[in-house]
Design a protein around this ligand. Structure first.
Ligand code: SF4
Length: 304
């Protein structure tokens, strides 16, 4: 094993982790490798920049609005209240991530207004499938983590966790992308099982429901895992991590073309499309190859 110590101090103080932990893996990066090893390399090792798209920005905005919505008293969580959060949340996001401002030409007020309206449209999809006045989430946008196989820290951000009075857990993930759902459903479920595994390992409870809320289609997709399945999934995650390490050691990340290539930002560097990958970074420069890159907008086409 060649993983470097890549512990996210903000998520889990290194001092609180067993000394055996040597690497971390997020569902996004694990799913990248599963989808296409070369995509994983471009994102996690080469760190090639990906310009945010309007669709990604809309997803980030809608997630932000839904998170803030639950700050309001239950009775106030109405469609109007959600609509009223859209513009202020966009202003906040642009302040925090100035690159988002570049999505629209300066002075393109009509384009910005249309964008904000489209985000409000997704929120209508949300209200068609849930009534937030009847919900009291236990956690929102919370970072959860667990150690598996003694050496691997797995971690990720939950959109929402609901806890029933009997202690049953429901993991909820909002999907805002406009891409065909079937192209990304396996990836979305992989992500949710990842969270379920973390919760099971840390709280001793298998989540009763893993819920995908497709806001564009106003549809709910529920899945109920069991412990045996999560055990198998854990082995899959560990095997994936070992495969990532082996590929890193050999500097061998192959393209795996699929429908998802249509949403890939790196076709220009991909041999499948006639491109050439950049030289493999030297290991010191490529340190932290397993760190989650979730610092900008969520990546539709990846997680959306
Ligand atoms: S274009 Fe397709 S094959 Fe190439 S890196 Fe992206 S996802 Fe992989």
């Amino acid at each position: 094993m060649t993983a470097e110590p890549v512990i996210d101090e903000q998520a889990t103080p290194a001092a609180a982790l067993p000394a055996t932990v040597r690497a971390s893996l997020s569902p996004s990066r694990a799913a990248d490798f599963k989808t296409c090893p070369l995509l994983y390399r471009f994102r996690s090792i080469d760190r090639l920049p990906e310009r945010p798209t309007v669709e990604q920005a809309r997803g980030t905005l809608v997630h932000a609005v839904l998170e803030r919505l639950f700050d309001l008293p239950a009775g106030g969580r109405t469609p109007d209240a959600a609509g009223g959060l859209v513009a202020p949340q966009w202003d906040r996001l642009v302040t925090e991530q100035p690159e988002l401002a570049g999505l629209f030409d300066p002075g393109d007020e009509a384009g910005t207004a249309e964008f904000l309206r489209s985000a409000a449209g997704l929120l209508e999809g949300y209200f068609a499938v849930e009534d937030p006045r009847r919900l009291e989430p236990a956690e929102r946008e919370s970072l959860i983590s667990a150690v598996v196989d003694e050496q691997l820290l797995i971690r990720g951000y939950l959109d929402r966790l609901d806890v029933a009075p009997d202690g049953a857990l429901r993991v909820v993930d909002y999907k805002t992308g406009g891409a065909p759902r079937e192209a990304f459903e396996a990836r979305a479920l992989f992500q949710l099982k990842f969270y379920a595994l973390v919760l099971w390992r840390t709280r001793g409870v298998v989540p009763r429901v893993l819920r995908l809320l497709y806001l564009k289609d106003a549809e709910v997709c529920d899945y109920s895992p069991d412990a045996e399945e999560l055990l198998r999934f854990e082995r899959t995650v560990v095997a994936l991590w070992q495969a990532i390490e082996q590929a890193t050691e050999r500097q061998d990340f192959r393209p795996r073309p699929s429908r998802l290539c249509d949403w890939c930002s790196h076709q220009a560097h991909c041999p499948t499309f006639g491109g050439t990958p950049p030289p493999f970074p030297d290991r010191s420069a490529a340190a932290d190859p397993l760190r989650d890159a979730r610092s900008g907008p969520a990546a539709p086409g990846a997680d959306e």
